[in-house]
Design a protein around this ligand. Structure first.
Ligand code: 5GP
Length: 156
């Protein structure tokens, strides 16, 4: 709202004004993702939306599945290609990983790499958000794979 007021009252060209709704939506999206991660209580989340996706109780755009892991397109993509690779066994977050999880972590990374190489020959990024300040909103460990445009650094 504030951004809209500032831009509308400033002396900006027509093209920029046309971009205004897009910019406002972007700012709204960014803050809503952060807000979501701030609201999410780790202890409260016994199961997550990803359990429902694994159980096929809700629809998702699945791109790979085996007995250990699942990959599906993100419902709110942040790049032309944005998918998630998750373990079927629920591990809430990276902080919960121990030496016993070496195998599944290896599986997830190798699967992410194989799917990414097929889809993103010019490069890609793997991201794991961990905890509130890491902007994690779903407490079922997942790797984001993003690409299909020039990514920038540092991330927000
Ligand atoms: P996090 O912020 O926890 O690292 O990422 C969670 C991701 O899961 C977000 O990018 C969000 O868009 C995605 N997501 C949340 N709910 C769903 C859903 O129901 N379906 C799909 N495909 N992705 C989801």
């Amino acid at each position: 709202m504030i951004l809209r007021k500032i831009l509308m009252s400033s002396n900006i060209c027509g093209n920029t004004k046309q971009l205004l709704p897009i910019m406002c939506n972007f700012v709204r999206y960014k803050s809503s993702e952060v807000e979501k991660s701030q609201r999410t209580s780790y202890a409260k989340q016994q199961t997550t939306i990803f359990d429902k996706i694994i159980a096929k109780e809700i629809p998702s755009d699945i791109i790979y599945e085996d007995d250990k892991c699942l990959a599906f397109n993100d419902v709110n993509p942040q790049a032309p290609v944005h998918f998630l690779v998750i373990p079927k066994r629920r591990i809430p977050m990276l902080d919960d990983i121990s030496d016993n999880d070496r195998d599944i972590l290896g599986e997830l990374i190798i699967r992410a790499q194989q799917l990414a190489k097929e889809r993103l020959p010019n490069g890609y990024r793997l991201v794991i958000n961990n905890g509130k300040q890491g902007c994690q909103s779903v407490y079922h460990l997942h790797i984001h794979i993003l690409g299909g445009r020039q990514l920038t650094w540092p991330p927000g």
